[in-house]
Each structure stands twice: as C-alpha cells, then as structure tokens.
Design a protein around this ligand. Sequence first.
Ligand SMILES: [Ca+2]
Length: 276
Amino acid sequence: EEGRYSVTVIIIILRFIYTCGGTLKGLNGTIESPGFPYGYPNGANCTWVIIAEERNRIQIVFQSFALEEEYDYLSLYDGHPHPANFRTRLTGFHLPPPVTSTKSVFSLRLTSDFAVSAHGFKVYYEELQSSSCGNPGVPPKGILYGTRFDVGDKIRYSCVTGYILDGHPQLTCIANSVNTASWDFPVPICRAEDACGGTMRGSSGIISSPNFPNEYHNNADCTWTIVAEPGDTISLIFTDFQMEEKYDYLEVEGSEPPAIWSCRWEKMPKCSNPKL
Ligand SMILES: [Ca+2]
C-alpha cells in the first residue's frame, strides 16, 4: 500500500510542474509548448485560446515544429476548443504553413501520448484587421515576392532552381462577403522537376505527371499517396488528363471499397472499377 501512495504523489508533482495553456489577448505574441525546445512532457493536454477583437481574425505562423509523428498532436480549432470548431491536426517534423482563423477566436491544443517527446513548437500569432489577408507563407523550395498583404495587394511566387511551380504564381488579396479579406487562390507548391510519386498531406494539393505539361516518360511507374484525417473523404478533380489509350493508365485506389478504379480519357477522365 505504501508503494501505491508514493506513485500518487509523483503524478501530482508532474502535473503541477507542467501547467500549460491559457487564454491570450493582445495584438500579437508567441506560444511555446511546455519545455520548448527541450521537449514537451508525456501525457500533455494543453489548450491555448487566442481571443482577438470582434470582427478581427487571428493568423498563426509557425517558427518551429517537431512533434512525435502520429502519436503527439497539435489540434487547431476555429473558435473555442470544441469538436464542432475542429480545423486540422498537425503532427511530425515539417513546419506547417501559416493558418488564419475565420472568427475572432482561435484555439490550439497539444496532446501527447505516454512515451517519446520531441522539441515541440513555437508559434507567432497576430491579430488581423478585417482588411488584411495576412501573410500566406512560403511553400518549401518557394520564394515569395511582396510584403504587403492588405486588400488590393498582389504577391508573387517562384521556385528555386530544380523545382517547378504548381498552381497560380500570383495571388491577390480581395474583399469578400461581410468584412473579411482573403487570397483569391491557394498558395502554389513547388515540386521537383520530373517528380514521380510521393506522399501528399494537407487539406488540398496538386498532383501532376512527371514533366507536366510536357509528356511523361516511357515505362513510368509512379505512385502518389494522399493521407487525410481519419473520417475525412478525399476527392480528386482532374483539370487535365491525356494518356495513351489502352497502354497507359492511371489507377485510383482507396482504403475503402470499391478499392481500385481505372481512369482513361473520354473528353473528361472516365473512371471505372474493373472488378464490378
Ligand atoms: Ca509521444
């Protein structure tokens, strides 16, 4: 019985040391995971709620990010930390792009499992006036031209040598609906020239065949994997599709049946399940 008593005491002390989270107000500031950059505790459950002035939005820009992949998470909520406001869940070792809230409240929740830690994260947050689109960030291997992000401002992207820009190279900050501003197109991505396959994450992205819009090479065998949050569905929208009939094909395979679809070109991509 004495042994059990001492275990209880240790747990109480750990909880006391690792107090984390809180409510943040003010035009800007930074949030760090507990213990940053020396590692966050196991069993962490920290919630930060950022509250801006009414009508303003909040943008967060990651300065550092490292969480044990698939076991420890940073969840973002568009509003108070309620399941209905869930926005996205971040994990792993890649610096996420900036995220802008749609409301005047934005919440972050760090949860870690019982073992293995990492550096953690540091994030800069800033209140956005309704007339600002905020800095949309720079994709990996990309270059951003432009430093003003208000309604009417334009910015431009390019990629470093050896990488090709996918998406719109120019974005314009436009006023939409009631008192909000947003970029007219998503941030483009930079992909390696002749990229054949890879793993895609995030809420949207672009996949193109090697050398697109030029011809793909013979004997190509490329596999792209799209990873979404559990419970999400993934939709593919073809904007261009031209392959040699009968000899070349694209297969789409999902984790749930009907599992394999073959796509060929008939004015628009037409996909069928050969097993049906
Ligand atoms: Ca962990």
